[in-house]
Design a protein around this ligand. Structure first.
Ligand code: FA5
Ligand code: MG
Length: 423
């Protein structure tokens, strides 16, 4: 039975991550299902779609430094504090992030390396890496995904701004002859303001450079596959946004296969980041883009788990550096199992805890987890929850017996670790 290899040891005094031993504490929530994958580096794997996509993005920034091998272990200070996250930001919670212990975590985004890159003196760089978030389970969410961070900084003086203007002219020139339709926002607005430390003229020039640069990147990514024309241009939509470490901030969406697809977040770097990095005389932009969702549409990959497949029927379909359409092999039968339980008032059980537990027991044999029932008993105030777990292997048929063993483990772990009463 496959389930044997997914069983995890009881809580131990130490946890090993990437060959390093760490003491555990009340924050430790990183599980074997994740630990097995921290060294995978799919974005560097020959002919893997994530690798091809990384290289395509790098080709749009030929004169930037390209980093791709930085360890995912960071301090919460680097992941959050150094980037001006407030102390009560929800991302810091144990329910949302993977902690090795209170002092060490798996990065939740590639922005965690901004300060270190700028401190090294890098002025234009891309960084591709695996990032980790505790989240729901479905076809577009996986606890590990990949991001590309990009940034460029300029000297905040007249000479530096002439450089930005020249680059803006160059980029606008390329866009002028391309089939692209852009829904823009103002570069700055009262709700999306220039930072008090910035000369508004400089900040606008830099925001404009960011937008021109990313509009060109969208052309590189989607222009080829979509078959765009004058009548049928690539549609890119800019939306005002918010991040603790940029202002003004934006999100970019692209219209692809009849849907607006969220591509990235970006903005003018908060000056505190550059001051901390020892380059207070600079001004610049940064963006962070998720690779999986883009790769899913470019390569027609229907399920985010497939990126982790070792099946030759998946891997052999891709050629290094080429975007081709994946031809799905037949889907194996689904198996649905429900689990219902009572939770007492004051129990802090979080939906992400349930998903993480299921993921840890079932590995990639789980396709999605949905809450299908929820009610509060009027007398006892206890909550009743019912979750439907959808099991399906990507590469073979699961027997009902196998699934029952997994489901039994899910139930016993729920009872053991979360003090719930199974109904
Ligand atoms: C960030 O992670 C910011 N660090 C981005 C950024 C960088 C902003 C630099 C400003 C300056 P966000 O959480 O929105 O932001 O994620 C960025 C992108 O990652 C999203 O647009 C999306 O494409 C992708 N992404 C986010 N969550 C997931 C997920 N669970 N699965 C797959 N992709 C995801
Ligand atoms: Mg988001």
């Amino acid at each position: 039975l496959r389930v044997a290899r997914f069983s995890s040891p009881a809580t131990q005094a130490k946890v090993e991550v990437l060959g390093q031993q760490f003491p555990t504490d009340d924050f430790t929530n990183i599980k074997p299902a994740i630990l097995r994958k921290v060294s995978a580096q799919l974005h560097l794997k020959h002919a893997h779609p994530l690798n091809t996509l990384r290289k395509l993005i790098e080709s749009a920034y030929p004169d930037f430094t390209h980093a791709a091998t930085i360890s995912p272990l960071v301090t919460p200070f680097k992941n959050f504090d150094e980037l001006s996250f407030p102390l009560d930001h929800p991302g810091r919670a144990k329910t949302d992030s993977y902690y090795v212990n209170r002092d060490m975590m798996l990065r939740t985004h590639t922005s965690a390396h901004e300060v270190e890159m700028f401190r090294k003196g890098e002025t234009k760089w891309l960084l591709t890496a695996d990032v980790y978030r505790r989240d729901e389970i479905d076809a577009s969410h996986y606890p590990i995904f990949h991001q590309v961070e990009g940034a460029q900084i300029f000297t905040a003086d007249a000479a530096g701004m002439r450089e930005v203007e020249a680059d803006n002219e160059r980029l606008a020139g390329i866009l002028a002859s391309a089939h692209i339709a852009i829904e823009d926002t103002p570069h700055v607005s009262p709700a999306n303001p220039v930072q008090p430390e910035h000369d508004p003229v400089f900040a606008e020039l830099v925001a404009k450079n960011l937008k021109l640069s990313l509009n060109n990147l969208m052309l590189t990514l989607f222009g080829g596959v979509q078959g765009i024309s004058k009548e049928n241009p690539l549609r890119v939509r800019w939306i005002e946004s918010y991040f603790p470490f940029t202002s003004p901030s934006f999100e970019v969406e692209v219209y692809f296969q009849d849907e607006w697809l969220e591509i990235l977040g970006c903005g003018v770097v908060i000056q505190a980041t550059l001051n901390t990095a020892g380059v207070p005389n600079k001004i610049g932009w940064a963006f962070g883009l998720g690779l999986e969702r883009i790769a899913m549409v470019l390569f027609s990959i229907p399920d985010i788990r497939m990126f982790w497949s070792e099946d030759e029927r998946f891997l052999s379909q891709f050629e290094d550096g080429k975007i081709t359409s994946f031809k799905p092999y037949s889907k194996y039968p689904s198996c649905f199992k429900d689990v219902s339980f009572w939770v007492s008032q004051g129990n802090t059980l979080h939906e992400n805890d349930i998903c993480d537990l299921v993921r840890d027991v079932a590995g990639d044999l789980v396709e999605d987890v949905k809450r299908i029932d929820h009610f509060v008993h009027p007398k006892t105030q206890r909550t009743s929850l019912c979750y439907r777990i959808h099991y399906r292997s990507m590469d073979s048929s699961l027997s009902n017996e196998e699934v029952n063993v997994i489901q039994d483990q899910v139930i016993s772990r729920l009872q053991e670790h979360f003090d719930v009463e199974i109904r």
